[in-house]
Design a protein around this ligand. Structure first.
Ligand SMILES: NC(=O)c1ccc[n+]([C@@H]2O[C@H](COP(=O)([O-])OP(=O)(O)OC[C@H]3O[C@@H](n4cnc5c(N)ncnc54)[C@H](O)[C@@H]3O)[C@@H](O)[C@H]2O)c1
Length: 272
C-alpha cells in the first residue's frame, strides 16, 4: 500500500454488500490510511451487512436517506464530530430507478418513478454538495467522486431513464464543480464505470448480455469493482489535485473502441 490517504477523513455512501463498488472503495481507503464514516439509506442498514464492513474498517455508520436534506445535514455534521475535523473526500455511489426495477420500457416511463429516480440518483448529489458547502464541511482541496455510466453519452435501450439521470449527475459534477472549486478549491468528478456485477447493475434487463458485449469490445476487458475502487482512491489523493469537473472513463478502453476482432468474429466475420 502507498498511504495515499494517510490522515484523510471521508464519507462513503452506497456500500450495500460485498459486491458494491462502495464496499471495495471502503476497503481500499482503509488500506490507504483514511478514516471515514459509512452511510446508506436506513432501509439498506436493516439488511445488516454494512456492520461487517464497519467493523473491518473501524468505521462508524451514520444512516441517511440521500434524498433528505435534514438527514444529509446530520450526516455531514456528525461525520465531522466523529472524525475530528473537516471531510477530505466523499464518494457518491447511489443509484436506483423504479422504472428499471419494474421493467417499464423507456418510451412508457412512469413519471412518478422517473422523478424518484432523479431524486435518488442525481439530485441527491446536488443536495449532498449543497449541504456540505453550507456547513463548510469539506476541506480545501477536498475531492468528491460520483459513479456514473456511459449511457449518459450513448444510447443503451435497456438503461431507460437512468441514462437521462446519469447525464444530469455528470452535469451537476461540472456545474457544482465550478462554484465549489472557485470558492473552496473542492474538486468534483464522475467516474464512468464498466458494467459491474452488483445489486444495482444486475437489476438491469439484459445486464449479462451487455456485460459480455462490453467485455468483448474493451481491449483490457471490463474494469471490475476493485479496480474502480483503486481509481477512486487516486482521485481522493493529492496526486490528482488539479483534476476537477471531469467525467472520467474507467472501462478498459471500451468508450473509445469502435469494434473489436472478438465481436466481428462472433458475427462470423474473419479478421485475419
Ligand atoms: N454496477 C454497474 O454496472 C455500474 C456501472 C456504472 C456505474 N454504476 C453506479 O455505481 C453506483 C453504485 O452502484 P453499485 O453498482 O455498487 O450497486 P449497489 O446496489 O451495491 O449500490 C447502490 C447503492 O445505492 C444505495 N441507495 C439507494 N437509494 C438510496 C437512498 N435513497 N439514499 C442513500 N442510498 C441509497 C443502495 O442502498 C445501495 O447501497 C451507482 O451510482 C451505479 O449507478 C454501476
Amino acid at each position: 500500500m502507498y498511504n495515499l490517504l494517510k490522515g484523510k477523513r471521508g464519507i462513503i455512501t452506497g456500500a450495500l454488500d460485498q459486491n458494491s463498488i462502495a464496499w471495495k472503495v471502503a476497503e481500499k481507503a482503509h488500506e490507504e490510511g483514511a478514516t471515514f464514516v459509512l452511510t446508506n439509506a436506513p432501509i439498506a442498514m436493516r439488511m445488516g451487512e454494512i456492520k461487517n464492513l464497519a467493523e473491518k474498517t473501524g468505521s462508524e455508520i451514520i444512516p441517511a436517506d440521500a434524498t433528505n436534506v435534514d438527514e444529509l445535514t446530520n450526516l455531514f455534521t456528525q461525520s465531522q464530530e466523529v472524525l475530528g475535523g473537516k471531510i477530505d473526500f466523499v464518494l457518491h455511489s447511489i443509484g436506483m430507478s423504479v422504472n428499471i426495477r419494474k421493467n417499464i420500457p423507456y418510451t412508457e416511463s412512469n413519471y412518478d418513478y422517473f422523478a424518484k429516480g432523479i431524486d435518488v440518483s442525481a439530485m441527491s448529489f446536488h443536495k449532498m454538495l449543497s449541504v456540505a458547502k453550507k456547513l463548510d464541511a469539506i476541506s480545501e482541496g477536498g475531492s468528491v467522486v460520483a459513479l456514473t455510466y456511459m449511457a449518459a453519452q450513448r444510447t443503451y435501450p435497456f438503461y431507460t431513464d437512468m441514462a437521462d439521470i446519469k447525464a444530469m449527475l455528470e452535469s451537476i459534477a461540472r456545474s457544482f464543480g465550478y462554484h465549489y472549486g472557485k470558492e473552496k478549491k473542492v474538486r468534483i468528478n464522475t467516474v464512468s464505470q464498466s458494467p459491474t456485477k452488483t445489486t444495482a447493475g444486475t437489476g438491469i434487463k439484459g445486464f449479462g448480455d451487455f456485460f459480455d458485449y462490453a467485455n468483448a469490445i474493451a481491449p483490457l476487458g471490463n474494469a471490475d469493482a476493485e479496480s474502480c475502487a483503486d481509481y477512486c482512491i487516486t482521485l481522493f489523493s493529492d496526486l490528482t489535485r488539479m483534476v476537477t469537473m471531469q467525467n472520467l472513463f474507467h472501462d478498459g478502453g471500451y468508450s473509445t473502441t469502435g469494434v473489436s476482432s472478438e465481436v466481428l468474429e462472433k458475427m462470423g466475420i474473419q479478421t485475419q
